[in-house]
Write a protein that binds this ligand. Sequence first.
Ligand code: M6R
Length: 615
Amino acid sequence: MCGVVAVVGKQNATQLVIEGLRKLEYRGYDSAGIASMSNGTLRTIKSEGKLYKLIDKSNEISNDKLHFDNSIAIGHTRWATHGNISVENAHPLTSENKIAVVHNGIIENYEILKNELISEGYDFISQTDTEILPHLFMKYIKLGNDFLEAGRLVLKDIRGAFAFVAMSLDFPNQLFASRNSSPLAIGLGEKSNFIGSDAHSIDHLTQRIIYLEDGDHALIKSDELEIFTKDKVKVNRKVINIKAELGLITKGGYKHFMEKEIFEQPSVIPQTTSTLIKNNSEITIDIDRLGFENKNTLLISAAGTSYYAGMVGKYWIEQIADLPVIVDLASEYRYRKPSVFGQSSMLVISQSGESLDTLMALRHGKELGLITNAIVNVEGSTIDREVDNSLYTKVGAEIGVASTKSFTSQLVILFLIAVALGKKFNNVKPRKIKEICSYINKLPSAIAQMLRIEDEIKLIAQNIKNAKSIIFLGRGLLYPLALEGALKLKEISYIHAEGFAAGEMKHGPIALIEDNVPVVMFLISDGNEDKSISNLQEAHSRGAKIILIADKKCIEKATFAHLKIEIPFFETDFKSLLSPFLMAIPAQLLAYHVANERGTDVDQPRNLAKSVTVE
Ligand code: M6R
């Protein structure tokens, strides 16, 4: 993961780099650092922990010392892979205090290179894979190569998925950058140029962006930019004009971004549907274009919450369109030799559009000849740029590490795809389409009603906040919700939680039940509720603390539940078909309030990052 930013040709470059880093903390927040050059001196400031610590440190240093006037600087925000979280392992990593490098990704063959460099007399102060980069630059510069040639020799040596930027006192107005699988954008300014892990990180400096392609390397000066392919062929990459984001996004009075994003759902879902539903009754998704001229199997691939959205999508598409769907974890799909028998189309789902696992799965699917489609939130992200067709969730920036509004908006698009497929293959009658569109139009108000159970959820959160382990159960459309509820809870509250298909409990997981273990079930009367209530009963008999969030009918049946929340009334067809939307809200609120009770860092939970760009 990690975020990199660089500026060349603009005064006060360190400040401008810090502005960029603020927008990249979603890529990691274990440590941060900057390096700048002025009058033959390289100055590096690094700090463990979040960016504000680096800012404090850099302010103290600037107050203490004479103003360090600089027009070239690089910066980094880290998500630790190799080496613990420490100042030594923070980037930039340097060589002989003359070369500095910031890096995102993993250099896979670093150990061999490190041993070689040690035997040649280079000292290593960190445990990172990155530190070989400044030393390799140093080695090749000492051999008489210019910066570009030195960079090319470094690239020849290294293997892995990476994006990095290097600067050297010997070449004071130059930056060398390269990418392979990790993203890197170059911004074009007036007598200045910029580099960032994404376009947003440099949109305070320019709106003219070039995305480097895989294998590209570039030499960037204040007044010149040269880009080369991996075969050293000079190329012109397309310049894209991006819209600048409206400054920094605020919490809008909420305590955390996650809370704000949960409560935004009723207002952002109409943005998702705005271009996908016409005249309140027509779904505009072009199914043929997605690769469904004929009835084939759909392959869905994604990670984390997006994967669980995909699982819900499978249930809907099979039920509504009678089309087979395979849902594959992106991190697994990539390293298998999957059969594409009966498949024509792949759908990847990613909020960020940058998850490396999902990107690699997409490329794998492409190589296997599938038409590739994406449900993505960040327009212009790598997945968006590489896929054949994108469907945008349009929910605005999601800052909290825990996905909330992206999940429900992904569900909206999956549901619409299911209905559009159903229409194409004559499984859904035109009259029914109108009714279904009316359901989707009712969603924002249904979610708003669900949000009103927040106070009751808070009481449950207080009751279970000290549990060692929590189990979530669900059946049918609510099975993926059990998985999502458990993921959400564990990632932000650090309580161990697992989701299971209700019917699977008796095949093993029931052994986990002991006195007072909380078992949470989201339940809707959809015709299968009695089976689920029996599964709950089995846990109850073994001492579990039963927490039921359900409609009136189910609450009345499961009289044995210890804690019950009755959800508002929704008509039968609506609630059984759209139950994943309704139950996403208590799943999110429960995780949020348990975490809040425990005082964890809700928006930036430990060990995580918003965008996971390593494998
Ligand atoms: O950006 P993506 O949707 O590709 O991210 C996938 C997962 O990393 C993400 O959903 C993760 O599981 C969330 N932190 C869960 O809340």
